[in-house]
Design a protein around this ligand. Sequence first.
Ligand code: GLN
Length: 194
Amino acid sequence: MKIGVLALQGAVAEHIRSLEAAGAEAVAIKRVEQLDELHGLVIPGGESTTIGKLMRKYEFMDAIRQFSAQGKPLFGTCAGLIVLADRIDGNEEAHLKLMDMTVARNAFGRQRESFETDLDVKGIDEPIRAVFIRAPLIKEVGADVEVLSTYNDEIVTARQGTLLAASYHPELTDDFRLHAYFLEMVKEAAAAKA
Ligand code: GLN
């Protein structure tokens, strides 16, 4: 399976390394034309306002919506989660508006700007190591969204069909099981199309 990492801004190389460790072929994506060759796409962490601006500039908005409409999975981490969301808390305009959830940016406050924890994730046997950096939270989800993990009663991992979202940075540790989970989603989606 070939999985792209949107390479406009943010943690690209780390995702490529984790996807490869999970057994996928991984490529950095800078132009919309490259989407055609992919079975799935990761939208990395970074700064969601910047990523959103660059996505508009390089015409990724509709291209990624079409990619998703073709049944190809998307995985958003941290800022990438914000980019996937239908709604952003406050007055900010949402970006892709693909996943039925409301997110709050920088939701952990100044005291807990960045921290690590072990997180139980539904579908993964043992807890995964999660690195949170100025992380968003999922405040509310629609009926089609499955909550995969919570931290202090707040939603931090969720899935809606072919869409996967995590508040934290699974690519910053040597634990690539969430990438392996996404690779399984990509394989299932490719098999369903075949
Ligand atoms: N705070 C960033 C934002 O709101 C996300 C941080 C991250 O991706 N590590 O876009």
